[in-house]
Design a protein. Structure first.
Lengths: 155, 256
């Protein structure tokens, strides 16, 4: 309901009045904050967590071999208190090698998406890093190299 | 307010309790600051929270009993108290594995009868390896073994046939043939206890397959109809037979 031609002062007055009205209408609780008591009792309606019940599907004397396998799996899980089996299958490639491969893979694919200028910067960085590794220097990063200038071929 | 004084919970373990009894818990579980001090100085207070199981409700300083039965206690993992009561009517509880009968297919959802007050719903995507194009082959009248994912008194219960990691682990459609019957919930819990004698004795008889649902339903399948019916009769009668009578009956059967 902004009317044209209203002075800025009268506008401010109107706004202040509006704010006052709004803040009076806002309700707030007069009650002091209740201290939340940490309860030490959990209510539970299922028997499963109270008693130690076995799995409901069973098979005996080889009637259903899949279920017999399942029985062993489920019941051993319960008895050993859910010892998580790390499914460490015999991998063809060891973890370390995977990590190394991934490291370089990410770099090469990432480079593909760089623009030309970024590629040049990246190249400089890479060379600096390689030098560090080769020379065995730690922490002393060589100062920025001058850009490679055109080298005149020596006769 | 209740005029009767409560009795210590530990004193009543293994005895019959009636609704309305108030059980007092040891000082560790008090919510006052004094309780805290006691806890720190005692040093032998159990860690973790107390589990208040079915049949008990938290009220003020103690637990109020709501069903009649025997009070049981489990000391491990912070301790748990619950009432072991006998009933035939099942109330859906989250996490329970039950056998349901498909009564209707409504769009993307199956309606299952689980013996509760309402039919439970089961989405067709809740099976292992089910996609929108690859629907499970479930017809009206089939038996399904699944677990509840939502089950409270305000909402319709919902079931799924996969567990939290997406594997079916034995749940899903129960095969053809076999016999479904209903027993009381107390017997179910007895059968599902680890090292149950009834199950061990029965397993010596014939090869058979058994699915036990927490809603009181058991499904049995053996090689011949006669064997199936024998097992059904033994399980039904187990409720009222003593161990001796049961062993006699089984001896007669294995002798025959």
């Amino acid at each position: 309901f902004m009317q044209r031609g209203l002075d800025s002062q009268t506008k401010k007055q109107l706004e202040e009045e509006e704010k006052k009205i709004i803040s009076e209408e806002h309700w707030y609780l007069d009650v002091p904050d209740l201290k939340e008591k940490e309860s030490c009792i959990i209510e539970e309606r299922s028997f499963l967590r109270c008693e130690d019940l076995v799995y409901g599907r069973m098979s005996f004397k080889g009637f259903n071999p899949e279920i017999e396998k399942l029985m062993i799996q489920m019941n051993s899980k319960c008895k050993e208190e859910e010892i998580e089996e790390d499914d460490k299958m015999e991998a063809d490639v060891s973890d370390e090698e995977m990590a190394r491969r991934y490291e370089t893979l990410v770099g090469t694919i990432g480079k593909k998406f760089l623009r030309k200028r970024d590629q040049r910067v990246l190249k400089d960085d890479d060379e600096d890093e390689d030098d560090e590794v080769e020379e065995g220097k730690s922490n002393t990063r060589p100062s920025k190299r001058a850009k490679k200038m055109f080298l005149k071929p020596q006769d | 307010m209740a005029a009767e004084r409560g009795t210590a919970a530990e004193a009543l373990v293994g005895q019959v309790v009636l609704p309305g009894d108030l059980l007092l818990l040891p000082a560790h579980y008090d919510e006052d600051a004094e309780g805290e001090r006691l806890r720190l100085s005692a040093g032998a207070a159990p860690q973790g929270r107390l589990l208040c199981g079915p049949g008990l409700r938290r009220s003020g300083a103690g637990l109020l009993v709501t069903t009649c039965g025997l009070l049981r206690h489990r000391p491990g993992g912070g301790g748990a108290y619950w009432v072991d009561s006998q009933q035939k009517r099942y109330v859906p509880v989250k996490g329970d594995h039950v056998i349901g009968i498909v009564t209707a297919k409504a769009g993307d959802v199956f309606r299952l009868d689980v013996g509760g007050s309402e039919p439970a719903s089961l989405s067709y995507l809740a099976f292992e390896g089910a996609t929108k194009r690859n629907r499970p082959n479930v017809q009206v009248g089939d038996l399904i073994y699944g677990q509840f994912v939502v089950a409270n008194k305000d909402m319709e219960p919902e079931m799924v046939c996969i567990d939290s990691s997406g594997k079916s682990s034995g749940m899903g459609l129960i095969g053809q043939d076999g016999f479904l019957f209903k027993v009381s919930l107390g017997l179910i819990r007895k059968l599902l206890a680890p090292k149950c004698e009834i199950i061990q004795e029965l397993s010596q008889l014939y090869p058979f397959e058994l699915v036990i649902g927490m809603n009181g339903r058991i499904w049995v399948k053996a090689k011949t109809i006669q064997q199936t019916l024998i097992i059904v009769n033994i399980l039904e009668a187990c409720e009222y037979m003593t161990a001796e009578q049961r062993k006699q009956a089984l001896a007669k059967l294995s002798g025959n």
